[in-house]
Design a protein around this ligand. Structure first.
Ligand code: AMP
Ligand code: GLY
Length: 446
């Protein structure tokens, strides 16, 4: 029997206001058959993107977003960030009859509760570092003393990438435990959003064995059962050149990451991604969205460091230009549970390079409100995505967040891709602009 044709969503709503959401909107707007993309709340660069319109509705405003879907006859919603997913936005939209790319609050626990994700991995036999959940300061300290070596300390809930301490000494691990129980990451608040199960588990912290090896990110678009893999990517989390200084959301990225070849990726699919989807299904979770696995390639094979339930940022800005015009159809097929009926997603064989321009002070207290000037002319192989920016009533664009702009370029090799990305970066300016000059050092020869 011939399968039913897989429709293209003509009208799409992307939720979120960062560089990731602008990149998603840009990529979806250029898909054949897509008439318009709304981005809510978007940022200072959203309305400059061809085919995209900005909508002033907060990502937390579920009622407002649902009524927009009705008013604009939206055929697909793509949710960018993790917080609204953990808060059940996808559930609310689905209950209103709107197809959504993004898991419900149940599936979002993959990211929103480290303890929940670790238990799922253990149950499914997915390779990951050994761990001990702890729900009190005393219990955590006792485990640490018993093990007698520095363990990795992770706050349980959403902590915007800042809840992890890779301790070098026992003393450092003790201090990280004290800090979590002193309430620094407010994980009780984050896990309150993830539903009763995470709360019932009572864990506020996970202690983990330390693993060693290079890190790489893998992305699977899932329809609850099947999946399509995107190219691998490598992020640069530290603020400083030479991968030094405090962690950030990511100062740049490149794709594909040569660390994992096609065979390695197939192994990750078999050992990690397929068992994850099966374990989710076994828990009654119909996971329609992205599984982003942060992996460490250890001597004994890939090991999962974390799962996220959304695209990485800036990995998304890096990957979108490599994806073909079937993307909108593929995301709708995921949202509708019929990925088997979608056309294959074309993936460009090129290299993509992304460099972030951050505000002075990032990732600490940032300078903001500075005007942004740009002479950058986007082309088929060069993109400028706004992140922490806003547009004032007089039309001027100003800085308004830690990561301000993402400049992305594609070429046949990484040297040329980074040369063009850095040439693009030289065309944009704001006071205090901060960027790493060594993004892609792993794959550049000059
Ligand atoms: P996460 O927020 O879980 O991605 O952790 C942030 C960073 O901490 C990762 O990108 C790793 O560099 C590091 N990390 C997390 N878990 C471990 C581990 N078990 N062993 C070594 N490093 C880790
Ligand atoms: N760039 C890392 C993240 O989005 O979590």
């Amino acid at each position: 029997m011939p399968s039913a044709p897989c429709p293209t969503p003509a009208r799409i709503l992307v939720i979120g206001g960062g560089g990731r959401e602008n990149a998603l909107g840009w990529a979806l707007a250029r898909c054949s058959g897509v008439e318009a993309v709304w981005i809510a709340p978007g940022n200072g660069g959203t309305s400059d993107l061809q085919g995209c319109r900005q909508l002033a509705i907060a990502e937390s405003d579920q009622a407002g977003l649902i009524s927009t879907c009705r008013d604009q006859a939206i055929e697909l919603v793509v949710v960018g960030p993790e917080a609204p997913l953990a808060a059940g936005l996808a559930d609310a939209l689905r209950a209103a009859g709107v197809p959504v790319f993004g898991p419900g609050a149940d599936g979002a626990q993959l990211e929103a509760s480290k303890q929940w994700a670790k238990a799922l991995m253990l149950e499914a036999g997915i390779p990951t570092a050994g761990y001990w959940p702890a729900s009190s300061r005393e219990q955590a300290l006792e485990i640490l003393e018993r093990e007698g070596r520095p363990l990795v300390v992770k706050a349980d809930g959403l902590a915007a990438g800042k809840g992890v301490t890779v301790a070098e000494t026992l003393e450092e691990a003790r201090a990280a435990i004290e800090e979590i129980f002193a309430g620094r990451f407010d994980s009780s608040k984050a896990s309150a959003n993830t539903g009763a199960e995470a709360d019932a588990a009572g864990a506020t912290l996970v202690l983990e064995e330390r693993t060693f090896g290079p890190e790489v990110s893998v992305f699977a678009l899932c329809d609850g059962e099947r999946m399509v893999l995107l190219p691998t990517a490598q992020d640069h989390k530290r603020i400083g050149e030479g991968d030094t200084g405090p962690n950030t959301g990511g100062m740049g990225a490149y794709a594909p990451a040569p660390l994992l070849d096609a065979e390695g990726l197939a192994e990750v699919r078999r050992l990690v991604l397929e068992p994850t989807v099966a374990a989710l299904r076994a828990r009654g979770i119909d996971y329609r969205g992205i599984i982003y696995a942060g992996l460490m390639l250890t001597e004994s094979g890939p090991s999962v460091i974390e799962f996220n339930c959304r695209f990485g940022d800036p990995e998304c800005e890096t990957l979108m230009p490599l994806l073909g015009p079937e993307l909108a159809q593929v995301l709708l097929a995921c949202a509708s549970g019929c990925l088997d009926q979608a056309p294959p997603l074309t993936i460009s064989a090129g290299c993509s390079a992304c460099v972030i321009a951050a505000a002075q002070g990032y990732p600490g207290t940032i300078r903001q409100g500075d005007p942004i000037t740009s002479q950058l002319e986007p082309s088929a192989q060069l993109q400028l995505f706004h992140a922490g920016t806003r547009r004032d009533a007089d039309g001027s664009c100003r800085t308004s967040g830690g990561r301000v702009l993402a400049v992305v370029a594609q070429a046949d090799d990484f040297d040329s891709a980074f040369e063009q990305a850095y040439a693009g970066l030289a065309q944009v300016h704001f006071e205090g602009m901060t960027a790493r000059r060594d993004i892609g050092h792993q794959v550049r020869s000059r």
